[in-house]
Design a binder for this molecule. Structure first.
Ligand code: PRX
Length: 630
């Protein structure tokens, strides 16, 4: 399908994609290397729900991300690895080297008995071995299940158990700025509760002391020596599982979103090339961690299937100083830079000299993802980083969608700060009102749904198809419900207004309120708690917890510290509440449901109009909460 270089191109492709989606996607899919062509492009039913793309097609995604590039690009850099410490040398891994490393890693996994369909839990920092491991799983048809290496032992237990992983690939530790995280220690703690894990492969990275359990734990560097670099790719059906990736749900348990091989490959590749207006030879940097969907789709699979040079960064934007991103852009002559609004907001607060001391002239296109970007941050990014000449693509999408859904196309779509703008070709949004009717026309606001399938949509929640149906296809029957609210302005442009369910997005990371609440109640002095989000300057949203205690503490701050630690231990540091208010009761209806609407208003500091509180069991509790608001 021709590249989109103008708004007219976009309109033409969009029209084609709606009029004949099957022909549209078949043309794009035809650009890949298939072992066997599909018999039928699409079968779908959003009521069941069931979606299948490229039915009967056979492929291996790694042949498309690696092998097919080798004739022209063996010597081209596939991955630039920028280490945590800028004093250490960056690695340039060519497509040839990538092929060999992935082949070896795949053979190492095979030697441990990993086969097609097995779920491999990956708990690695942002080092090249993370990329090798994912691609190695894909090579042999194993399903990777990556757990972000900032998550706790408890999160690891939940994900290992839910996916039924019997092997974990990890490292001794990971660096994040001036901190070293003892990953192997966390794995050991988790595995006490995961009796089915029989193998742990440990990559030595930080030289953190890692006790090895005999019969279970193996060093990567020892095992990799025993295998060769040739590993034939397993033939996969287009609908075979490629990976599981967990995302927070409104109810406690995380949801293992299932992505499949064919549609995911086609869509991440197409959206990467199209939205960024990627040109051959460009160097691309997405600052996300591969532990999130952004990293899966737009550090690894999208860019590599397009034959691009993609950067993996191990560190953080603030260490050793706030110039770290800009220094790396200069060093690697980055052309396309993709980051999160949270990062932009914190970088904006640092002295501008950190930006000005670096040459950013290589930049051509900028992007953001993960949460709504406010206009101020958008303008700062545009002026100071893009120097007013780089389009900013604000990409709206989700773990569930696998790839970009609503986003400008660089150099084609006219931009509006803080707007994700228009649906990409193939994406058919519908905005619904609360009574379940589609709101047509412009200048409207409602709930965002998608009414037609796209190739990279999640197919199910691992092991719980009913939950998949209940969460995404029941609120508005026949439509995929995103959980987000949006506005559509007079030009038909979309602006995402945020979640309309019990998910809080903190620094671009989805956190379920139920999950945080259950962590807080693990503290022995906590009777009950309710958690809501509130606006935060840098994080976008932060966590506000209302907590009922057994005993009034001697020192509120000590107890707050303990509660934060409890949450950090159970979920991870990102979920720690910023504010903890001790209360004697929560606003509940007669049927016992917490009225979060009231708590949200209190947390936002907007107590003047709390709406109707007459249905509360004990309206007096609201006055106490208002009086004690933080
Ligand atoms: O609320 C939306 C927000 O992030 C949610 C999806 O989170 P996750 O599955 O972790 O995936 C993040 C990376 C794709 C969405 O439901 N979100 C994501 N991108 C944007 C956004 N909100 C506003 N604008 C965006 N560009």
């Amino acid at each position: 399908m021709g590249t989109i270089r103008s708004f007219e191109d976009y309109q033409e492709q969009y029209k084609k994609s709606i009029e004949d989606p099957e022909a549209f996607w078949a043309t794009i899919a035809g650009e890949f290397q298939w072992r066997k062509k599909w018999n039928k492009v699409l079968e779908w039913d959003f009521h069941k729900p069931e979606v299948k793309w490229f039915i009967g097609g056979k492929l291996n995604i790694t042949e498309n991300c690696i092998d097919r590039h080798l004739p022209q690009r063996a010597k081209q850099t596939a991955i630039i690895w920028e280490p945590n410490n800028p004093k250490d040398e960056a690695l340039h891994i060519t497509y040839q080297q990538l092929s060999e490393e992935v082949g070896k890693t795949a053979n190492m996994l095979k030697a441990q008995g990993v086969k097609k369909g097995d779920r491999v839990c990956v708990y690695l920092p942002m080092i090249p071995q993370l990329a090798y491991t994912l691609l190695a799983c894909a090579r042999i048809g194993a399903v990777h299940s990556v757990v972000f290496a900032g998550f706790s032992a408890k999160s690891l237990i939940d994900r290992i158990t839910d996916a039924g992983s019997t092997i974990v690939v990890t490292a001794d530790g990971g660096f994040r700025g001036d901190k070293t995280i003892n990953l192997k220690g966390i794995v050991d703690e988790a595995l006490e509760k995961c009796p089915d894990v029989s193998r742990v492969i440990v990559y030595e990275h930080t030289k953190t002391k890692a006790p090895m359990k005999v019969g279970r734990d193996l060093w990567w560097h020892e095992e990799i020596k025993k295998v060769n670099a040739q590993c034939p790719a397993e033939e996969m059906d287009a609908e075979d599982l490629l990976f599981i990736l967990y995302t927070s749900g409104s109810t406690g348990k995380p949801k293992g979103m299932v992505h499949t091989c064919g549609g995911y490959m086609v869509y991440t590749n197409y959206t990467f090339r199209t939205a960024f207006n990627y040109e051959e030879g460009q160097v691309y940097w997405c600052t996300a961690d591969i532990g999130w969907i952004t990293g899966h789709s737009y550090i690894l699979y999208g860019p590599l299937s397009a034959g691009a040079t993609t950067v993996m960064f191990e560190g953080v934007p603030s260490w050793p100083d706030w110039g770290r991103f800009w220094q790396a852009i200069e060093r690697h002559k980055i052309n396309i830079f993709y980051t999160a609004p949270t990062a932009i907001r914190s970088l904006e607060k640092a002295p501008i000299s950190f930006v000005e001391s670096h040459d950013l002239s290589s930049l051509k296109v900028l992007g953001t993802v993960g949460e709504p970007i406010n206009e101020e941050a958008w303008n700062w990014y545009d002026k100071n980083i893009g120097k007013g000449k780089c389009p900013i693509i604000d990409t709206w999408w989700q773990t569930e969608t696998g790839g970009f859904m609503i986003s400008p196309i660089a150099h084609a779509t006219k931009l509006k700060p803080a707007f994700a703008t228009l649906p990409l070709p193939g994406v058919q949004p519908a905005v619904m009102n609360e009574s379940g009717l589609e709101i047509k026309g412009n200048n409207i606001e409602g709930r965002l749904t998608i009414k037609f399938p796209w190739p990279s949509m999640a197919r199910t929640i691992y092991g719980d198809h009913q939950r998949f149906k209940d969460t995404y296809f029941s609120t508005f029957p026949g439509k995929y419900f995103t959980g987000d609210g949006c506005k559509r302005d007079e030009d038909g442009y979309y602006r995402i207004t945020g979640r309309v369910d019990d998910i809080i997005i903190v620094s671009g990371h989805n956190l379920g309120t139920a999950e945080i609440e259950s962590a807080i109640t693990e503290h022995k002095n906590v009777v009950e708690t309710a958690v809501v989000g509130f606006p935060h300057d840098i994080k976008g949203q932060a966590v506000y917890a209302f907590v009922i205690l057994h005993d009034k503490p001697g020192n509120d701050e000590t107890l707050r510290g303990e509660i934060r630690e409890t949450v950090s231990k159970i979920i991870g540091p990102i979920a720690k509440p910023d504010k903890i208010q001790f209360v004697s009761g929560l606003p509940k209806t007669r049927s016992g449901k917490i009225m979060r609407r009231i708590l949200r208003k209190v947390a936002e500091g907007d107590t003047a109009n709390l709406g109707d509180t007459s249905t509360l069991l004990d309206p007096a509790v609201v006055d106490e909460i208002k009086a004690g608001a933080l």
